[in-house]
Design a protein around this ligand. Sequence first.
Ligand code: DC
Length: 260
Amino acid sequence: MSTPTSPTVKPLVVEELITPQGIPTPVPTNRPIIITIDGPAGTGKSTVARMLAARLGLDFLDTGAMYRAAAAIMIDKNYSEEQAGELVSEVIGADMHFDWSQDPPTILAWDAPIDHRIRSQEVTDAVSFVATLSELRQHMVRKQRIIFAQHPHLVTEGRDQGSVVFPDAAVKFYLDADPEIRARRRIDQLGLDPETMSLQTMCQRIVERDRIDSSRDDGPLVCPDDAVRVDTSGLGIEAVVDLMIKHTMAHVADLPEHDL
Ligand code: DC
């Protein structure tokens, strides 16, 4: 009598836990794996995502850089908000891509570096509008999925990564923090003089950006139902990363192969 065949769940063996670059990692990299991190500005998302990726031996994708590069193109080419169609064509023509030999990867448009432009205040002011353009978002979503196909061991961070772009991601996180704490972090991060940029003004800006990000029709900032929500208000970066690693390990160990 033959025994019924059960679905095969591959046990994790130590030999598998080496990245293609030969870096030891606690997650299996013999098949694709994606971890998404979403949340509003000032929650420490980028820093945490980079550290998590480094500790797990995965690549790191900053999707905010893509929207920021689109905003820089809008400014550099003098497009008005009424010329959204032309702007989207221009952005598509720019063939935005990352230089993965850099750590963190830097972004290029028309094969020229654009990274140095994208953190300026004028870009930050323009990017909320750019991020509301549905056609542009569709283009970014397509690009991000292509990037995952080319970099199948990925930590990606943004606003819509777990909800829209990678709804089947193995592990999803949503980072949040008190707006005043986020404002304080932003002032420190940008090295701003508290005399010229008050905590109150920065806090108002942050709350306004949250409102725009959360209320747009396409890809709004939401916490996916299956995401782990982490409030970083009272936590240091290391503590947040440790917590995320613990969760990732516990979750990945339970996953059947096809869910990675
Ligand atoms: O994370 P950041 O501050 O670099 O993001 C810049 C802007 O881009 C912000 O207004 C939100 C938007 N964004 C988005 O709409 N979707 C993403 N996946 C990433 C960023």
